[in-house]
Ligand binder design. Structure first.
Ligand code: ZN
Length: 278
């Protein structure tokens, strides 16, 4: 009788132990499932934010990661609404309008006779996607005052427009290019207008292609030299850039045949190139 009671007690204890183990396992599984669901949501939110940022339609830091959730900075109360999103996208577009080239001039990028590496830089310039100091600041990268300023004139902040159009050194470059190609042009201070003006003033398709090639070549070499100066302290002269530009575009012309592929380099590099070649 006594042994039977002991045995029953043992069975009950064993059962209770098994039940407890099962409850703990179920609780762990529920916890893991909940954590996985939270991570999936966070991941999807991050992807969504990245897509919006890349498409240039989200003001920087519109979504802020805060403890236990997200804060939608485009609305005063931090809560996402379709209306606040619409207003944010609209204001972003009007901000970018003066800097970015429009769709028509962007489409002309693909017919520019230049190698892919230069092409990519052209696309990033016209979309204002180069990692210039002003763009890095918009993405909350902390930079010192010295890092923010133009490494050449030290008078202005570094931006795509300053770098490729309005810096004193850049203007010297465009002056030299105008002498070389034999066309006098105005000096728009935004990159989109500069591209459009430069690339739509050709009197025929051949000249237009030639101008695009030279514009791309200039900006591509300038971006490299700009970074050499900024990160390695390498000084460079305008005449060096012009010589490299003439040499590179001469090679590109041999590849793409905008003008006669066998044109001698000395003829290519003389002044009034367009006047002589049309
Ligand atoms: Zn400058």
């Amino acid at each position: 009788m006594y042994e039977t009671r002991i045995s029953t007690l043992e069975e009950r204890l064993l059962k209770a132990d098994e039940d407890r183990a099962a409850a703990i396992t179920a609780q762990k599984a529920a916890y893991e499932a909940e954590r996985a669901a939270c991570e999936a949501i966070e991941q999807r939110m991050a992807q969504f934010e990245e897509i919006l940022r890349r498409s240039g339609q989200l003001p920087s830091a519109a979504l802020l990661r805060i403890e236990d959730g997200w804060n939608w900075t485009a609305a005063p109360d931090g809560k996402y609404t379709t209306r606040s999103s619409y207003i944010a996208i609209k204001s972003r577009r009007s901000d970018c309008q003066s800097q970015n080239a429009d769709a028509k001039s962007l489409a002309s990028v693909w017919t520019t006779p230049a190698p892919h590496k230069a092409f990519v830089t052209l696309w990033r310039i016209l979309r204002n996607r180069l990692p210039t100091c002003d763009n890095l600041s918009k993405r909350n990268t902390s930079l010192g005052d010295e890092e923010r300023e133009c490494p050449h004139c030290h008078e202005h902040g570094e931006s795509t427009n300053h770098l490729f159009t309005s810096c004193a050194k850049t203007q010297e470059i465009w002056d030299e290019i105008q002498k070389w190609i034999g066309i006098i042009l105005a000096r728009p201070c935004t990159i989109g207008l500069h591209w459009k003006m430069f690339c739509y003033c050709g009197k025929n398709k051949k000249v237009t292609k030639l101008l695009r090639m030279i514009w791309v070549g200039c900006c591509w070499i300038l971006w490299k030299k700009w970074n050499d100066k900024k990160f390695e302290g390498k000084d460079w002269e305008v005449k060096d850039l012009i010589l490299e530009l003439k040499a590179r575009t001469w090679c590109w012309n041999r590849m793409f045949g905008v003008l006669d592929k066998d044109l001698d380099f000395s003829l290519w590099s003389y002044d009034d190139l367009i006047f002589r070649s049309v």
